[in-house]
Design a protein around this ligand. Structure first.
Ligand code: HEM
Length: 230
């Protein structure tokens, strides 16, 4: 399918915004200086787990963004496959570390609940994305990858929601600050998932690549039976 200029420009701008916000978020942790960490921490082990989560999460965003470029998939399928492996190798540990960091969060249940739900969904969608790719069920694979990347993007949209809500309630700290943080964390992935489902439905992705068509044994059997009926 030919990519329109409008679609290419939209992909490029949203990809650049994702990459810029991710690099900015991760930059405070590059020096491995615990005093630069933004959330309050239990100690060095907590910091180590958080840094591992952030570095693998950054790789997931960078590898994931590249996968949505249609020319890469069409012209360089090997690069697409290699980046896909990098993406899974990053998301799976990052989501497990996300669950652990959410339980360790000193901000309490209001903060850890949305992050736990998000981490579990992030892990499960990656697992389905990997499973469907291995089974060559590419229709389903595309759908699971869109859902999964919508969750990866929560790291970006969560920060944007935090900024937007913070500007509506300037000077908020304590309970109000926590309310903003928790609301931003829920909105970060619920809205992304709704947009992803709308995207999947509106582009008819459920119908365009039926996985059954990619199973040679089934499709050749049905071809034989329809030939015998004819
Ligand atoms: C999308 C699924 C993700 C989940 C569920 C998740 C979960 C978490 C959790 C539980 C924390 C600790 C919060 C606390 O202690 O209060 C955290 C912090 C952090 N995460 Fe993630 N994370 C995700 C994705 C990412 C990605 C893709 C990045 C890429 C840069 C990232 C970067 C960070 C950073 C920088 C922090 C430290 C907080 C800050 O400095 O703003 N996360 N995350």
């Amino acid at each position: 399918m030919k990519t329109s200029w409008g679609y290419a420009a939209w992909l490029a701008v949203s990809g650049l915004v994702c990459v810029a916000i991710t690099i900015f978020a991760a930059s405070a942790y590059v020096g491995l200086d615990m005093s630069q960490a933004r959330p309050p921490l239990h100690g060095p082990v907590h910091y180590g787990l958080l840094v591992a989560h952030i570095f693998t999460g950054t790789v997931a965003v960078l590898a994931g963004v590249s996968q949505f470029w249609p020319r890469l998939r069409g012209r360089h399928p090997r690069v697409h496959r290699a980046m896909g492996r990098v993406y899974f190798a990053a998301v799976l540990p990052s989501s497990v570390l996300g669950v652990v960091c959410a339980q360790l969060s000193l901000a309490g249940l209001a903060s850890s609940a949305p992050l736990t739900v998000l981490s579990v969904l992030w892990f499960v969608t990656a697992l389905y994305g990997l499973k469907t790719a291995r089974r060559r069920q590419f229709g389903e694979h595309r759908i699971w990858m869109i859902r999964g990347f919508a969750l990866t993007g929560a790291a970006v949209t969560g920060r944007l929601w935090g900024l937007a809500l913070g500007s509506l309630m300037p000077g908020s700290d304590g309970a109000d600050g926590l309310l903003i943080f928790a609301t931003a964390n829920w909105l970060s992935f619920v809205v992304n998932l709704l947009v992803a489902e709308w995207w999947i439905q509106s582009r008819g992705y459920t119908r365009t690549l039926p996985s059954v068509a990619l199973k040679p044994s089934i499709s050749s059997r049905s071809a034989q039976s329809s030939a015998s009926v004819a």
